[in-house]
Design a protein around this ligand. Sequence first.
Ligand code: KG4
Ligand code: ZN
Length: 336
Amino acid sequence: MRILGVESSCDDTAAAVLDDGTVLSSIVASQDDVHNKFGGVVPELASRSHLRNIVAVIEAALAKAGTTLDRIDAIAATRGPGLVGSLLVGLCTAKAIAFARQLPFVGVNHLEGHLLSPRLEGDVPFPYVALLVSGGHTSVYHAEDYGRYRLLGATRDDAAGEAFDKVAKVMGLGYPGGRVIDNLARNGDPTAIRFPRARLKPLRNANGTPFGYSFSGLKTAVWQHVREHPIDSDAMVADVAASFQEAVVDMLLDTAFAAARSVGSLRLVIAGGVSANSRLRARALAGAAELGITACIPPMRYCTDNAAMIALAASHRLQRGECDPLSVNAVADLEL
Ligand code: KG4
Ligand code: ZN
């Protein structure tokens, strides 16, 4: 089965063609240049950029896959969560193609796409514990099977990616901040500044889940540090970046490993934009080896937003004979 996937939930316009689980093409048009000067995503500009790019991105994905719409069997698009104006562009375009071509349509939860993304490169058997860490989410799930994802914990304030982006903004490093901080931190000392690590007690978590995260205290601590110790050298920038990043990685992994232990999982999947972080990747692999479990992290191109993961999530529903009516709407706060 050949599926055209479309993703436009935030600030990346993406399309991909998946053929029986093999990625034939995955095109992502980034809007970093549009939002960089604002230090964050401007929703209205994001929707307009999606509108400008969506058709060209879909055409590029079909061309790269060496295929045409005549040979596509089904269409999938992200229906949430995300910025509603952004979501609508990809969703409406995909539904229009499905209507014109009389093809089955599947509306996909973006978070399920991330949770399944390591499977684009090989089999990752269920069950597994998955840390989903992006610009909008920081949550731990027990993925028991397709469509069966039990929330074990989530952030009660900022997402980790948001913390990276806000700290980069405070330091005047531009948007998106994660990649910039990752690069600068390579030259810094992660022990230079001891930023606080929040460890939440189960009762203080949202939804009564056993685990949780909080990044707002760390963000404020970096802001205070930068205010009290004005950054006046490249070495200082690198040390603040490395120390902040180390605190985030400590918090993410301590809780993710504890969650894996709590359900007896021998596999920890880490997915979402922040899983592109080099320090997180290295420490996750080393930590998992020490604990005798396997850490599965997608290759960089499938960590950040892409449409291959959306087509993959749809493929499992299509295999079961399921699809959605074209009345499916975008839902900004869609839950998993
Ligand atoms: O999954 P994603 O592409 O979009 C959302 O669904 O949010 O994640 C984007 C987030 C941004 O906050 C970005 O700063 C962060 O992922 N990110 C990183 C790195 N690359 C992207 N954070 C830390 N280190 C990186 N190398
Ligand atoms: Zn995402």
